[in-house]
Design a protein around this ligand. Structure first.
Ligand code: ASP
Length: 298
């Protein structure tokens, strides 16, 4: 089997390119890393990699994670000088005995491993921040809403990609520049194992996007994988996780939590707290944009 699943419709062209370029023989980890790298390099994607929204002080920071299994994961958060946090997360997994490196010292680790240091605050990011400052907009976030054209409204999102390769190996990766205008130093769910991403080859894989604080509060990705391991289908597991979110928080209009999940034998589903989420599946053919099978509050 060779299957790729990824958040948001902007993943459609990415999955098609990766499936064509890397083909059936590629390993799951290479597949998910390459997808995240493409999103990180695409300036038109507002909330992943270069072109992402800055924090309230006009500084861009990136977070990412990769995971193969409970004993093989890596993450980086709040990095400021390297374009591909997902590759740095993979280096953390492969070259250290740790799971998470943070901030300027994570950038130093990247330097030591030969990753090129760059200015990640692009002109477009700076202009968005200056406009936000001038307009004195409130700091609250807008829930991401997919227009279905590859473009999102809202001011945060994450590429989360899950794969099962032809050998049956599972992997996951996620990458984000976090929420627009966040309090400097804020880190969301994406780089934290079990929150924005979880992979257990015996049970399945899940990745989340949306309001990081809500996702973290119920350990969303771990919860979904754990429920699948106890017999739930992907959609049942996502539904239970979303109900847990709803029971744990006073849900506001700007809140969104969305998740995709995949079992080792290729069953998959997507679900969200509210309308506006899409995901993409690619299996032996062109990538297909899908609406979530379950929306808690349509
Ligand atoms: N979950 C990410 C964060 O909170 C953003 C998103 O996926 O929309 O940083």
């Amino acid at each position: 089997m060779n299957m790729l699943l990824s958040t948001w419709s902007f993943s459609e062209s990415i999955l098609n390119t990766v499936a064509t370029k890397l083909g059936n023989s590629a390993g799951a980890l290479d597949l998910v890393e390459t997808c995240a790298r493409m999103a990180e390099a695409d300036e038109s994607i507002d909330s992943v990699g270069v072109g992402g929204y800055p924090d309230a002080d006009g500084r861009c920071t990136f977070d990412a994670a990769v995971m193969l299994s409970p004993s093989q994961s890596g993450g980086v958060c709040a990095i400021e000088r390297h374009q591909h946090p997902v590759s740095l997360a993979r280096l953390v997994m492969e070259k250290t005995n740790h799971t998470l490196l943070a901030g300027p010292l994570a950038d130093v680790f990247a330097d030591e491993h030969g990753l090129e240091s760059v200015d990640i605050l692009t002109q477009s990011s700076k202009e968005k921040w200056l406009k936000w400052k001038e307009d004195h907009q409130p700091t609250e976030t807008l829930a991401p809403y997919d227009t279905g054209t590859g473009k999102l409204f809202g001011n945060h999102d994450t590429i989360g990609t899950l794969a099962v390769d032809a050998r049956g190996t599972m992997a996951g990766a996620c990458s984000t520049s976090g929420m627009a205008w966040k309090v400097p130093g804020r880190v969301g769910d994406s780089p934290i194992i079990g929150h924005g991403l979880y992979v257990d080859p015996k049970r399945g894989a899940a990745t989340a996007t949306g309001h990081g604080e809500l996702i973290s509060g119920v350990c969303s990705s771990f919860l979904v994988v754990e429920l699948m391991g106890r017999g739930a289908s992907p959609i049942e597991a996502i539904q239970e996780m979303l109900e847990r979110v709803e029971h744990s928080y006073d849900i506001e209009s700007e809140h969104q939590v969305a998740c995709i999940a995949l079992t080792p034998d290729g069953q998959f589903a997507g679900g969200a707290l509210r309308d506006g989420f899409t995901y993409v599946v690619c299996k032996n053919g062109p990538a297909e944009v899908k609406s979530p099978e379950f929306v808690l509050n349509p």
